[in-house]
Design a binder for this molecule. Structure first.
Ligand code: ATP
Ligand code: MG
Length: 429
């Protein structure tokens, strides 16, 4: 036998049994985004490597060690997108859509990061990305967060998630804070772990994000960013917190929340779940007022977030909120050579007359008993029987599959009306 081809590590198939939960999540999310006036945008999975280097920052884990980067046949360095914001911003610039315009956009699709695969952490994973471009005030941040809170309610998972917020200030106030932070950590260099020592030079704020228990004491005593904010960032943050209070979205201010991408300014936030201990972030975002100019667009403030679809779908399933798999309404059983020839045209005509009907035609023959077994397994409520004996009399037979009641018949010429009546009789019982 030829050797089986293995899937790529950390890349999952979403199987038909899991699809109802995914589609439910997507439909609820689409409906909500639409009601807030967000429009869908689809951007390529591949971008120039430089885009992510410039947007996300060389010293981040994502760019430093997680990107799928390769040289294509034309000799260009391309990267499979590790996140969506950079591509969406690039698309706005490339298509000349900025020009002082505002955009509320969302994008759904797979992202790619070469991480250590484990439950809830994959190398290909799906995100819903939401961006509000051209909005400077904290009202945009507050509305985005309120919208995400509403989404958890609609999905029935509000009890499983909680919100943390912080402000990273402006690049200037962050530079001043960064110096204070380096001073603090460098003063205790011997107590830093290897990761933190590496970050001290490139990205000292990320040390605050360390999960190493041995680092926590040093992190706890570090100067706090919230105490070093510039006046405007402070006002922005206070405005956001006040609006969240007013709409009743509960949050915790976490002065150590820094996020893993370099482009954030002012607001950052993260929804986490206590339901899984390790991979607990389900939705993360923040403001990126400098990014668009940094990528060559006209300076435009913006704020957005990304949700991890696998982690959210898992919460929806755990809350038993995912809908059951779809079943056919009618299973069509075929018996005899004349019926075999007549079945497809009859069923196709019925599909034209009743486009909403979920019809499954028995394909590939089989005896009567085997076909009824399939019909039972399909979960359909009604069997439509196309048989030679019935055709000779100009009729079709119908038999309820999930209850003990008698068979009925209808003329071949009025099968749609016959099926309507039989289904209506079942529904009324
Ligand atoms: P984490 O702290 O879990 O590494 P992150 O800070 O890297 O998350 P973001 O880059 O902000 O995450 O991405 C937004 C969301 O995408 C996360 O909140 C999470 O739900 C999801 N996500 C990120 N990385 C993965 C992954 N490797 N597998 C599955 N979901 C992921
Ligand atoms: Mg990560």
């Amino acid at each position: 036998m030829t050797a089986e081809i293995q899937p790529v590590r950390g890349m999952n198939d979403v199987l038909p049994a899991e699809i109802p939960a995914w589609q439910h999540f997507e439909a609820v999310t689409r409906g909500l985004l639409d009601s807030y006036g967000y429009e869908e945008i689809r951007v390529p999975l591949l971008e120039q490597t430089q885009l992510f280097q410039r947007a996300i920052g060389e010293h981040t884990d994502v760019v430093g060690k997680e990107m799928y980067t390769f040289t294509d046949r034309g000799g260009e360095s391309l990267t499979l997108r590790p996140e969506a914001t950079a591509g969406v911003v690039r698309a706005l610039i490339s298509n000349g859509l900025l020009r002082g315009q505002r955009h509320k956009l969302w994008c759904l699709g797979p992202m790619f990061r070469h991480e250590a695969p484990q439950a809830g952490r994959y190398r290909q994973f799906w995100q819903v990305d939401v961006e509000a471009v051209g909005f400077a005030g904290p009202d945009a941040d507050a509305e985005l967060i309120a919208m995400s809170a509403r989404l958890w309610q609609r999905l029935g998972i509000a009890a499983a998630v909680s919100l943390e917020v912080n402000s990273l200030g402006t690049p200037e106030s962050r530079r001043a804070y960064r110096a204070k932070l380096v001073e603090h950590f460098a003063g205790h260099a011997s107590r830093l772990d290897a990761d933190s020592r590496r970050r001290l030079a490139g990205n000292p704020l990320r040390i605050l994000d360390s999960k190493n228990p041995d680092m926590q004491e040093l992190i706890r005593t570090a100067p706090r960013l919230t105490e070093h904010l510039d006046t405007e960032s402070r006002a922005h943050f206070e405005g956001l917190c006040r609006m969240l209070d007013e709409v009743g979205v509960a949050y915790r201010i976490n002065p150590r929340l820094v996020r893993g991408l370099d482009y954030y300014t002012r607001t950052v936030f993260e929804w986490t779940t206590a339901a899984s201990s390790a991979q607990n972030a389900v939705c993360s975002g923040g403001r990126y007022d400098g990014l668009i100019a940094q990528l060559g667009g006209e300076p435009t403030p913006a704020v957005g977030f990304a949700m991890g679809v696998e982690r959210l779908v898992a919460l929806v399933v755990a809350a038993a909120r995912s809908p059951p798999a779809a079943r056919p309404d009618v299973f069509v059983v075929v018996s005899g050579p004349r019926a075999a020839a007549a079945a497809l045209p009859i069923v196709e005509r019925l599909r034209s007359e009743r486009p909403q009907l979920r019809l499954e035609l028995n394909l590939g023959g089989g005896n009567f008993k085997a076909q009824f077994r399939r019909a039972d397994r399909s979960g359909a409520r009604l069997a439509l029987i196309i048989g030679d004996d019935e055709l000779a009399r100009g009729v079709l037979a119908m038999k309820p599959l999930r209850e003990e009641s008698g068979q009925s018949e209808c003329p071949v010429g009025s099968v749609a009306a016959g099926v309507d009546a039989a289904l209506a009789a079942l529904a009324s019982r």
